[in-house]
Write a protein that binds this ligand. Structure first.
Ligand code: PLP
Length: 434
């Protein structure tokens, strides 16, 4: 064991890890494109984009340069009473790709805080409007919106936050009609979800402040996808009751679904979009809660009672904004679009391999843009991700769901090869059936 490894074991408590059950955390020394490298120089193909943050590959030179230039000018300035060009420029660029009704940008620094900001704004909005009965939030069953308290409350049905259940505010949940290729029960599931929503809306008139939604793909609950048509119906039912709509695009944003944002499939209007993860191209923590002029102007009154009293020390960090600008310029480049289409093709061809080799063990194939996922008919052995790592692949199964969500710089052949390796791993009975 290297000295560094020992120190890591001694000093560091890693996130979402039960370290007593897992091998040592792998020390990564550098990254390039779709690969990261360990101390021995072994390469690992990053098939989860480092927890869904990386867009264009590791250490992308354009983003590196943008951060370097900014660091030598201004590293940070508090964002109340002060502002700066990178923060403004990033919002200017984003307003060209976001739905037109979303015009006001509130910065924070991670996905959870982007969600906290949206729900606090929604809640205070109704107070300021004098509609004091609107205190409830709605979310989908299985939703995940982050690990801070508000975000945990919204995602309590996911089971990730069980120890804190008693501390979480009440949230109403709607069944989520997760679907996949050749799903025979699709219409029934959607109808059931819509009926449940209908009855909740009926039961709580003028009491729901907002509904939060991971549009089209629920990430953490296993890349569970739903249909655009279904979501459109949900949105119009909520609109009819003046319930605010928050799209949490922390994972789906910035091209993952094949369009810049999942909302682009719906062509609808919502009141808030939460962005983080890909916002800085995966380089630095940064988040945005984007909202409408209607929401903003409700707060913009000549009285401190109307102030939105929320902010973080590193709000709109200039280095993170500089990374965001460079990353967004890469995202809108036509080449990136082509790469995204190639990834989609690799998923479909990869599915083809898996379907042939594992007709019984694998099911529920689903793909949207650069996200490809499928499920096992049995629980996945905890060691599976470590076995994949030994084969040079970084994956992170979510319960019995496996998915590939690579950075856009990955080549078709690399992605297909990854499917072949995964197929071998599954075939070699390295998945232990419990
Ligand atoms: C990851 C994630 C979050 C939380 O983001 P953090 O930066 O980890 O706090 C919120 N919502 C969704 C949909 C996510 O995937």
């Amino acid at each position: 064991m290297s000295n560094l490894q020992q120190l890591d074991n001694q000093l560091i408590w890693h996130p979402f890890s039960q370290e007593s059950l897992e091998p040592d955390n792998l020390i990564i020394t550098h990254g390039k494109g779709a690969y990261v490298y360990d101390e021995q120089g072994r390469s690992y193909l990053d098939l989860v984009s480092s927890w869904w943050v990386n867009l264009h590959g590791h250490a992308h030179p354009t983003i590196v340069q943008s951060i370097e230039q900014q660091a030598s000018k201004l590293e940070h300035i508090m964002f109340s009473g002060f502002t700066h060009q990178p923060a403004i420029r990033l919002c200017e660029l984003l307003s060209e790709v976001l739905p037109r009704n979303l015009k006001k940008f509130f910065y924070s620094d991670n996905g959870s805080t982007a969600v906290e900001v949206a729900i606090k704004m929604a809640y205070q909005y109704w107070i300021l409007k004098g509609e004091h009965s609107r205190k409830l939030f709605l979310s989908f069953e299985g939703a995940y919106h982050g690990d801070t308290f508000g975000a945990m409350a919204l995602g309590q049905s996911s089971g990730f936050h069980d120890p804190f259940q008693e501390l979480l505010f009440q949230v109403l949940t709607v069944p989520y009609p997760a679907t996949w290729e050749e799903d025979e029960d699709l219409i029934l599931k959607e109808q059931h979800a819509l009926n449940q929503l209908e009855s909740i809306l009926h039961q709580y008139p003028n009491q729901i402040a907002a509904m939060i939604i991971e549009p089209l793909v629920q990430g953490s609950s296993g890349m569970r996808m739903c249909r655009t048509e279904f979501l459109k119906q949900v949105v119009s039912m909520l609109r009819a009751q003046d319930i605010l709509i928050i799209f949490d695009e922390v994972m789906t944003g910035f091209g993952r679904t094949g369009k810049h944002f999942a909302i682009d499939y719906l062509k609808t209007e919502v009141d808030f979009i939460c962005l983080s993860k890909g916002l800085s191209g995966g380089f630095l923590p940064l988040a945005l809660t984007v909202t409408t002029l209607d929401i903003y102007q409700t707060f913009a009154q000549q009285s401190t009672r109307y102030t939105f009293s929320h902010g973080h020390s590193y709000t709109a960090n200039p280095l993170a904004c500089a990374a965001g600008i460079a990353s967004l310029e890469l995202l809108v480049h036509p080449n990136t679009q082509k790469q995204q289409i190639e990834i989609a093709r690799a998923h479909q061809d990869g599915f083809h391999i898996l379907k042939k080799q594992h007709p019984k063990d694998l099911q529920h194939y689903r793909q949207l843009g650069t996200i490809g996922a499928f499920s096992t008919t049995f629980p996945i052995n905890h060691n599976f991700k470590h076995q994949a790592l030994s084969s040079g692949l970084i994956i992170r199964p979510l319960k019995h769901h496996l998915y590939l969500l690579p950075p856009y710089c990955i080549h078709y052949e690399e992605c297909l090869k990854a499917y072949e390796i995964l197929s071998e791993l599954i075939k070699n009975n390295k998945l232990i059936r419990l």
